[in-house]
Design a protein around this ligand. Structure first.
Ligand SMILES: [Mn+2]
Length: 304
């Protein structure tokens, strides 16, 4: 982390998923003591409140292949501008979701800020899913399954061109970690794009230390640093039960923290994003509390 000040920004978005409730993720993390926890590390903290998101009750999803596309794109543009302002002020962006579609706005902000300085950025995408669908391949039309494809340049124009640079991140500097569920139709794009993908099989066989070491090498090769977009569903449901789309066989408690610790130790982390916390499916805020602990590791908390 390059700044001593953390700026938290909530994005209460649940237009991108099929299951309701992830819009309460930002509240859940605040209630879990995010501010006090970050300050306990000796860092400055400011809470910028929430980006505006409309309620689905007030909107029509329209296109069944990309539901709520214009609402999500509008929110991502606002988020992009906020993230750029945080970076301009020399602060560290901590974005709290919200479904994973918000990553389009976060990555657009980071990419645009650095593009203006002639710098490229890398991306580590921690997730049970590959989020590489497009409206053409998505079985559900839910945009939270499309954000990684979008930031790499594949998908609807409104999302792909959210930043000042297209693609926002070069596929050579993007890495997937923790994957164990890929739709048969999105597999093609995962393969054809050439994105480096560390599935849970690689985590099992190589160990998380080697996986993250290699992931950081890829994300920092020729870049100024990287963004870590952390979908809580990447961790095992025993660690994070309250997520939008739980999948068994995820990273355990220590493996999840090692992802964060190694990102922090690299000194190349440009921003951090926590997504898909669903308090409705949770057990007494377990998942938001786990997310706050994980954030601390990502901000440089060490055991010793
Ligand atoms: Mn995701």
């Amino acid at each position: 982390m390059m700044s001593r000040k953390v700026s938290a920004l909530g994005v209460p978005m649940d237009l991108g998923g099929g299951r309701r409730g992830v819009d309460m993720g930002p509240s859940a993390m605040r209630i879990a003591g995010l501010e006090r926890a970050v300050r306990s590390l000796g860092l400055e903290f400011e809470d910028l409140g929430n980006v505006h998101v409309d309620a689905p009750e007030r909107r029509d999803p329209r296109d069944p292949h990309a539901r709520f596309l214009s609402e999500i794109a509008a929110c991502c543009r606002e988020l992009r501008d906020e993230v750029q302002q945080i970076l301009s002020a020399g602060s560290f962006p901590l974005v709290i979701g919200g479904d994973h579609s918000i990553a389009v706005g976060t990555v657009a902000g980071i990419s645009s800020f650095h593009h203006a300085r002639n710098e490229r950025v890398g991306l580590i995408w921690f997730d049970a899913h590959s989020d590489m669908n497009t409206p053409r391949t998505s079985p559900s039309g839910n945009i939270h399954g499309m954000p990684l494809a979008s930031v790499l340049g594949f998908g609807p124009e409104e999302l792909v061109q959210c930043g000042s640079r297209t693609p926002m991140v070069d596929v050579e500097n993007a890495v997937l970690v923790g994957v164990r569920s890929i739709d048969p139709t999105e597999r093609e794009l995962v393969r054809e794009s050439g994105i480096k993908c560390y599935t849970m099989r690689e985590v099992d066989m190589l160990g998380m230390h080697r996986v993250m070491k290699e992931a950081i090498e890829i994300a920092t090769d020729g870049t100024v640093g990287f963004h870590l977009s952390f979908d809580l569903d990447g961790t095992d449901p025993s660690v994070a039960p309250g997520v939008g789309t739980p999948v068994p066989g995820g990273t355990n408690y220590r493996e999840s923290h090692l992802v964060m610790e190694m990102a922090a130790a690299s000194q190349k982390l440009l921003a951090l994003e926590m997504t898909e916390i669903n308090p409705i499916l949770d057990d007494r805020n377990t998942t938001a509390r786990a997310a706050v602990e994980l954030v601390l590791s990502g901000l440089g908390k060490t055991i010793l």
